[in-house]
Design a protein around this ligand. Structure first.
Ligand code: SF4
Length: 342
């Protein structure tokens, strides 16, 4: 591919590297709500939401704004009850994140009077705050020197430094964080880190990057950016089926199950059964979705023939149809329930 030649090592030319990046960002940087605030709570919410969820989803479907309207302060989040908390996160998946966010808020209230500390070591002692989030809070909320490495930044640095070893083992991660520290701008952390992340999202994107439009191309050593970064672990996607029951009692109430397992704890869904138990029943609806490394086909079976023989299992209960949609549910189950209720 056509790519400008590297003229200067980024670390040796760090002052110019930072300046080129910031100049580009000031002209092309996107205007996100979390870039308009210095409020650490709002920044923390954005950082946690953007772990494992795309910016387009978080903004386009209004999750960020809605969450902050529902829980406008740390105090409100710390006091949130399960049902309301999960409902506010519904559709974002990975619900462990929001429980952890509440735990962070509770620790902030209990240990810091609701005020975010700014020191790295004190931030790192809070539940749910790792070195990425701590760095992001320091840089974006307090404009303090920080090291901030997310997936976008790791990709940019692997390419700029032409790093052909895996970035996802211990030594690869250490190397990337060392370079990130060496390049970070202590005088202008907020803009510098926003710029580097944006470069990874917009220009130095996965696959084939836009090297001709890149503001730091003259510092970038790789000749084959499309082959970088290297990852040790390749995720293998496994296809599985999930079998759920659609069962109404004689009064028209729907049988639901409240999940106890960790991943979806507290969420409501249709009761599921082993394939051998119900796969021969007629299929009313199917919905494909992906979760972690699984491509799941959710099949909803008509349980009418079981109505007299089936007694609800632990965690299962009957619900009036008009109350069902107010409950917090995993998005795939909400979709099929909405369709079938219609
Ligand atoms: S887009 Fe990425 S790979 Fe291309 S020149 Fe810029 S930093 Fe290097």
């Amino acid at each position: 591919m056509l790519k400008p030649t590297c003229k200067t090592d980024a670390l040796e030319g760090r002052v110019k590297f930072r300046a080129a990046l910031v100049r580009w960002f000031e002209k092309h940087g996107r205007d996100y709500p979390w870039r308009r605030t210095r409020e650490p709570y709002a920044i923390l919410v954005s950082e946690v939401m953007l772990q494992q969820t795309q910016i387009a989803t978080v903004l386009g479907r209004g999750f960020y704004t809605r969450f902050l309207e529902t829980f406008p302060t740390i105090q409100a989040l710390a006091e949130a009850e399960d049902e309301r908390l999960l409902k506010a996160w519904e559709g974002l998946g990975y619900y462990r994140r929001v429980r952890m966010l509440r735990a962070t808020a509770q620790a902030l209230i209990a240990e810091h009077g609701g005020i975010f500390p700014t020191e790295l070591d004190r931030l790192l002692k809070l539940p749910g705050i790792g070195r990425y989030t701590a760095g992001a809070l320091r840089a974006f909320a307090s404009d303090l020197p920080a090291v901030v490495v997310d997936g976008n930044v790791a990709r940019v640095l692997a390419r700029v430094m032409d790093f052909s070893a895996p970035i996802d083992d211990t030594s690869g991660q250490k190397q990337i964080w060392d370079w990130a520290e060496g390049l970070a701008d202590p005088a202008n952390p907020r803009i510098y880190h926003s710029a580097l992340m944006e470069l990874g999202q917009k220009i130095c994107r996965p696959g084939v990057p836009d090297c001709l439009g890149c503001p730091v191309a003259s510092f970038c050593k790789t000749r084959e950016p499309e082959n970088l970064p290297v990852k040790r672990q390749k995720t293998t996607i496994t296809a599985i089926d999930e079998h759920a029951l659609w069962l109404l009692d004689p009064g028209g109430r729907l049988l639901l199950h409240r999940e106890q397992a960790k991943r979806r704890e507290g969420l409501w869904k249709l009761p599921t059964r082993q394939a051998a138990e119900i796969s021969s029943l007629p299929v009313l609806d199917e919905h494909p979705y992906t979760i972690t490394r699984y491509r799941v086909t959710l099949r909803v079976h008509d349980g009418a023939s079981l109505r007299d023989s089936l007694s609800p299992a632990t965690g299962e209960s009957w619900h009036e149809p008009e109350d069902v949609l107010a409950l917090a549910m995993p998005a795939p189950f909400r979709r099929v329930i909405e369709r079938l209720l219609r």
